[in-house]
Design a protein around this ligand. Structure first.
Ligand code: GLN
Length: 196
């Protein structure tokens, strides 16, 4: 039985748990990750959206930073959404030497926070996602975007020129919130990564 852990320090944790449970149809278990030692008992991890500065702070406080890095390096599938995408990036546009935000550098991507501007707090868009036959309606909330990708990164979807979904080996990163819609096709990509 698969066990997936959702990092439960801040953000939309319960929505992710509900969406994963829907997508797994009883074929696995979803648990909250709050303390060291819990990640290693999971076959996959989800880093939810929320406020990335708060999540960074809580990660350090809870002593989970190194475990998360080790999990990513070991090849464990990780779904990083929105603030989670900020977390796994290598560099954040416009932030140099800001000690509050230290991206973990797990993916070879540079990101911009709040990339769609304050006047577009939240919006929905029909995305053409690589591997999907029909458009996927995605919800964006104060969303970041990926501004640069390294050679090992596969771009999966864009809004205009902004990359909003990408994959690098075991990491799947999204600027939007797949947990807020009923369409479970993005979760199915992640569940497939766990099977492989
Ligand atoms: N803008 C937020 C941040 O940078 C992310 C927003 C979200 O996760 N919905 O932390």
């Amino acid at each position: 039985m698969q066990r997936i852990g959702v990092l439960a320090l801040q953000g939309d944790v319960s929505e992710h748990i509900a969406a994963l449970e829907r997508a797994m149809r009883g074929q696995g278990e979803v648990v909250e990750i709050r303390k060291p030692g819990q990640m290693e008992q999971c076959q996959g991890l989800v880093l939810p959206g929320g406020e990335s500065t708060a999540i960074f702070r809580q990660l350090e406080r809870s002593g989970l930073t190194e475990e998360l890095k080790a999990a990513a390096i070991s090849g464990k599938p990780i779904l990083a959404t929105c603030a989670g995408l900020v977390l796994v990036s290598k560099e954040i546009d416009g932030i140099e030497g800001d000690s509050r935000v230290k991206p973990l550098g797990l993916m070879d991507i540079k990101i911009s926070r709040n990339a769609f501007g304050p006047q577009r707090e939240s919006f929905e868009a029909d995305l053409e996602i690589v591997g999907m036959e029909r458009p996927y309606r995605a919800v964006f909330i104060r969303a970041p975007a990926i501004s640069e990708v390294g050679s090992g990164v596969q771009v999966l979807a864009k809004v205009g020129d902004a990359v909003v979904a990408a994959r690098q080996k075991n990491l799947l990163a999204l600027a939007f919130h797949p947990e807020l819609t009923d369409d479970s096709r993005v979760h199915q990509i992640f569940l497939k990564m766990l099977e492989d």
